[in-house]
Design a protein around this ligand. Structure first.
Ligand SMILES: Cc1cc2nc3c(=O)[nH]c(=O)nc-3n(C[C@H](O)[C@H](O)[C@H](O)COP(=O)(O)O)c2cc1C
Length: 407
């Protein structure tokens, strides 16, 4: 990095906030144009920093025109006065460099020298995102306090579907606004407990009774709550998808593990979202060793597990706490919906989200969902959409309930 700024760019006046916008070599680079436009519109002084990779997709001049300034050749003076650095889209390559402190482009140099908030919006192929190397790098960055926005799950550039699509520019701009405004997101200061996945109940040392839940819906809820500024704890039961960055994840593989953690943490939470498929029954007498194969039938007695939601509902009522308790019911057809209505009353929940598992186009193993939200004041359908969008709609209702209940 040179010592002198030769860009001739205008200085930000008074307390105008300065946002450095890093853009890397991803097919999503075109979306950064909209992000720059939104930030300029919001009154920020925007300094674009493109990598050579990014310039294969969008010319630097495009960002300069949108930011109404040239990209500085010497960044140091801008760094000292910058309020925030956002990298959107963030390629797997630059993500790895940021995690390990490499400084071989103007952007990675700037990131290493910058001391303010760092907002990262990864964009990549789902297999790159899910690779253990990328996940380890994300964990390093999140551990150092980077603010991750997305990636979203959905259709990717190669025609595949999965996690890796860059968050929408509006969502990234909103997160930047929250951080610069200092007020946090709409759920800032709220403690949210989410359960996700499907429990596995041991039959013996190697076999278990399980279910088909992938954990996608709960993971989407945890990611969405974190994006809205909540302090999120995720109780993870055998997830088939990676836990989202920026949330505290606790492994709870069995119904007993999940019950223990949920009952310890639930009473402190403002919102409890019980999206995990927790076994209703478990083998009564699991064997500590592996049962050898023989010609005899193996009769297993299943005993009921603890009903965590009902227990939390009871405790909330006894303590007079105004927390929002959301139950999820995976059931069949119209009778299932009736059972969800009955459960709402019986378990002292605030909302019940009914998922019709008799349909094979939504629910288990699917990226999509369509649910019916049942509450005391009535019920309505959240139409078929990406699970992250379903999570957003559910959290909109939760935020309304929190606003009404706690001011
Ligand atoms: C058409 C095309 C699309 C690409 N899209 C992505 C992407 O979305 N995410 C990503 O991590 N890399 C993507 N790459 C690969 C990066 O451009 C490549 O790793 C590059 O070295 C990134 O450099 P940078 O991080 O310095 O910008 C793409 C490459 C091509 C040719």
């Amino acid at each position: 990095m040179g010592a002198e700024d030769t860009s001739g760019a205008r200085e930000s006046a008074g307390r105008t906030t300065r946002v450095l916008v890093g853009v890397t070599g991803s097919i999503a680079a075109y979306k950064a144009c909209e992000l720059v436009r939104l930030l300029v519109k919001a009154g920020h002084d925007v300094v674009p920093i493109t990598t050579p990779g990014a310039e294969r997709f969008v010319a630097r001049e495009t960002f300069e025109a949108l930011a109404r300034r040239e990209s500085p050749r010497a960044l140091y003076p801008h760094l000292l006065e910058a309020d925030l650095l956002v990298v959107a889209p963030l390629s797997a390559n630059t993500l790895a460099k940021l995690a390990h402190g490499l400084a071989d482009t103007v952007l990675t140099e700037a990131a290493l020298a910058f001391r303010g908030p760092l907002v990262l919006a990864p964009a990549m192929n789902a297999r790159m995102w899910e690779h253990p190397a990328t996940q380890a790098n994300v964990a390093l960055l999140a551990g150092r306090g980077a603010h991750l926005v997305g990636p979203a799950t959905g259709e990717l550039a190669e025609g595949e579907t999965g996690a890796g699509r860059m968050a929408e520019p509006e969502e990234i701009a909103a997160r930047i606004q929250d951080l610069l405004g200092g007020g946090g997101g709409p759920l800032a200061g709220r403690r949210v407990l989410v359960t996700a996945g499907g429990t596995r109940e041991p039959l013996d040392a190697v076999r278990f009774v399980g279910n088909r839940s992938s954990g996608r819906m709960g993971v989407a809820l945890a990611a969405e709550a974190a994006a809205r500024g909540a302090d999120v704890t995720l109780l993870a039961a055998n997830l088939a998808v990676p836990a989202p960055p920026g949330v505290h994840t606790v492994e709870t593989p069995t119904a007993a593990d999940l019950a223990r953690e949920a009952l310890a943490r639930g009473p402190e939470a403002d919102v409890v979202l019980m999206a995990a498929a927790v076994a209703d029954y478990r083998p009564a007498d699991p064997s500590a060793a592996k049962r050898p194969k023989d010609a005899e039938p193996w009769a297993v007695t299943l005993e009921p597990t603890q009903d965590v939601l009902a227990e939390l509902g009871l405790r909330a009522r006894e303590n007079g706490r105004e927390s929002v308790l959301v139950g999820f019911a995976a059931d069949h057809g119209e009778r299932g919906l009736e059972r969800a209505r009955e459960k709402l009353a019986a378990k002292n929940g605030t909302l019940f989200v009914f998922n019709d598992v008799s349909r094979d186009d939504i629910g288990f193993d699917s990226e999509l969902n369509e649910v019916t939200v049942v509450s005391e004041s009535g019920e309505h359908v959240i139409g078929k959409r990406d699970k992250r969008a379903v999570a957003a709609a559910i959290l909109d209702e939760v935020a309304t309930l929190l606003g009404g209940g706690q001011g």
